[in-house]
Design a protein around this ligand. Structure first.
Ligand SMILES: Nc1ncnc2c1ncn2[C@@H]1O[C@H](COP(=O)(O)OP(=O)(O)OP(=O)(O)O)[C@@H](O)[C@H]1O
Length: 263
């Protein structure tokens, strides 16, 4: 059997007296799309940020291919092969699509503009290749500010692939998207996971997206891992139903394509 890419054991984070994450364990395998779900305040972002290194764990271990990540800086974790989707809308909207991806590639190489070569000439072919993978090559020379929101998310995905990640972290990838765009983005993500044998850990409020695209899911509530398994197992788990009771989330199997659901 394949070894896990990511192994999380006994992971804890306290903020003063609040145990935001309380001794969770999970594994993530190459080629797998794993959803991290749970009601508000469950500890999803905190977990996510400990894997990416933005927060330092109070206790426990996060291993990537056997390499301990706890205590490492986010940049070093990124260099080891943990990508994260960028939020480009605010920062680089004046640059073109391809320039944004070139910036991400430059950043991976730790290069800044050199005197004799502008950023526009560096890594252009690699950037175009990444844009091809997310179906955005035809729009390479448009400023990001002109793109539809769903297309911005595709560019963010291409940027997240710049370090050729073994593991990609996606924090609410479909937030703010219309149902059709959500499905297109998740179908693309799934395809990339398979083609690259990459692993994805994502947080998501839309149960439709989670049940339609995650290979497996883990459920947190008040910092603890209360359930883990397939869509079917999670739907039928009484503990999951209990923590979501009254939240308006539905766990019924959709009879057709995923529908809109408010987060
Ligand atoms: N920097 C912080 N300082 C103090 N408490 C925090 C901090 N960050 C998170 N918490 C607390 O830790 C708990 C878990 O928060 P976290 O943001 O990880 O939950 P979440 O599952 O991502 O929630 P949401 O779905 O609402 O984003 C909450 O009780 C939250 O108030």
């Amino acid at each position: 059997m394949t070894a896990p890419l990511l192994q999380v054991t006994g992971l804890c984070k306290s903020f003063g007296g609040v145990r935001a994450v309380d001794g969770i364990h999970f594994d993530l395998y190459p080629g797998e799309l794993l959803a991290l779900i749970g009601p508000n305040g469950a500890g999803k972002s905190t977990t996510f940020n400990m894997v990416g290194g933005q927060l330092v764990a109070t206790a426990g271990s996060v291993k990537l291919a056997g390499h301990e990540l706890v205590g490492m800086k986010p940049r070093d974790i990124w260099r080891l092969g943990v990508g994260r989707t960028f939020q480009i809308a605010a920062t680089f909207s004046s640059l073109t699509v391809v320039e944004n991806v070139q910036m991400a590639l430059l950043s991976h190489q730790s290069r800044i503009y050199t005197f004799w070569r502008s950023a526009a000439s560096q890594y252009r072919s690699e950037a175009l290749e990444l844009l091809d993978q997310v179906g955005m090559r035809a729009q390479a020379n448009r400023p990001c500010s002109e793109l539809a929101y769903g297309d911005v998310k595709r560019v963010e995905l291409a940027m997240g692939l710049a370090n050729d990640p073994k593991l990609l972290l996606m924090d609410e990838p479909t937030a703010g998207m219309a149902p059709k765009e959500r499905n297109a983005l998740m179908a693309l993500t799934k395809q990339l996971v398979v083609n690259r044998n990459m692993a994805v850990l994502f947080t998501e409020h839309s149960m439709d997206v989670v049940f339609a695209y995650a290979d497996r899911m883990i459920v947190l509530a008040r910092g603890r891992l209360i359930a883990e398994g397939s869509a079917e197992q999670i739907r039928n788990d009484p503990k999951v139903q209990e923590v979501y009771f009254g939240s308006g989330k539905t766990f019924e199997k959709p009879s057709q394509a995923p529908q809109e659901e408010t987060a």
